[in-house]
Design a protein. Structure first.
Length: 264
């Protein structure tokens, strides 16, 4: 009888110990989950040799759960910082699917840091003011291509329909370097970096084009027309539009549009 009681007691205390251990494990899991955070790290898409430059196609975003305040978290490059990695050289050889740490990179070159790193040689970055209308409702983004159209008014010629207001295309197929302070091809892929509003766009222009655009911006209103990302053609048969020209050609415009719609 005594042996049975001892056996039952051993089973009871064994079950009790299991229950308490299980509860402790679950409590610890909840504590750990409460202290963890979701981060997006920069991961390599291919093997990279020591001293090789990292390009946009070499990296991708990967979601990880890490403990808040962890020292490891500060060592890794997060995706929101990924633009600081583009153009940097590796200090060591790295394997595909490795997460990039700051220590894996050589010190940044001053010449390749910031917006200056993406301005084509021989061109200049020029910012112009825009509003929601002239920027296609703020849908224009870095790396898009646009045409620049200017509208100019001549108050002293008011009443003369031939020259009191004039609209013409100034430049075609212009690259957008930045919208507001967001620049580069990766700007729209950053977590939380959605398409916000902006009041300026930065164009990539030759020095002569820069002079012309800055002058035109002072004398009239500039608007941007957004191109298809695959289109690079330059239109040759463009016109200077004023009230008189519009009156004379509006019927012709609609006939041409009708023909284009039929061909689609």
């Amino acid at each position: 009888m005594r042996q049975k009681l001892l056996l039952l007691a051993a089973v009871f205390f064994g079950i009790l110990a299991f229950v308490l251990t299980y509860q402790q494990i679950q409590t610890e899991k909840r504590r750990i989950r409460g202290e963890s955070t979701t981060v997006y790290l920069v991961k390599l898409t291919r093997d990279i040799a020591q001293g090789e430059e990292i390009t946009l196609s070499d990296i991708t975003r990967h979601q990880e759960h890490m403990q808040r305040g962890s020292q490891a978290l500060s060592r890794y490059v997060q995706w929101r910082q990924s633009k600081l990695v583009i153009g940097r050289k590796t200090a060591i050889s790295m394997d595909k699917n490795s997460f990039i740490q700051w220590d894996d990179l050589q010190p940044p070159s001053r010449k390749k840091f910031g917006l200056t790193s993406i301005i084509p040689p021989g061109e200049r970055a020029v910012s112009i003011a825009v509003d929601t209308t002239s920027s296609v409702t703020n849908l224009i983004q870095p790396d898009d291509r646009v045409d620049v159209i200017g509208t100019f008014r001549f108050p002293e010629m008011k009443g003369d329909k031939s020259i009191d207001t004039l609209t013409l295309t100034i430049l075609q197929n212009v690259k957008i370097l930045a919208t507001g302070n967001r620049w580069g091809a990766i700007a729209d892929t950053q977590p939380g970096g959605g398409r916000g509003s902006y009041s300026t766009v930065t164009l990539s222009l030759s020095p002569k084009e820069a002079e012309m655009v800055i002058f035109a911006a002072q004398k009239g209103r500039l608007s941007l027309t957004l191109r298809n990302h695959e289109e690079s053609r330059f239109e040759k048969d463009l016109q200077n539009v004023n009230f008189k020209y519009l009156e004379e050609h509006i019927g012709e415009y609609n006939e041409e549009r009708e023909q284009r719609m039929r061909r689609r």
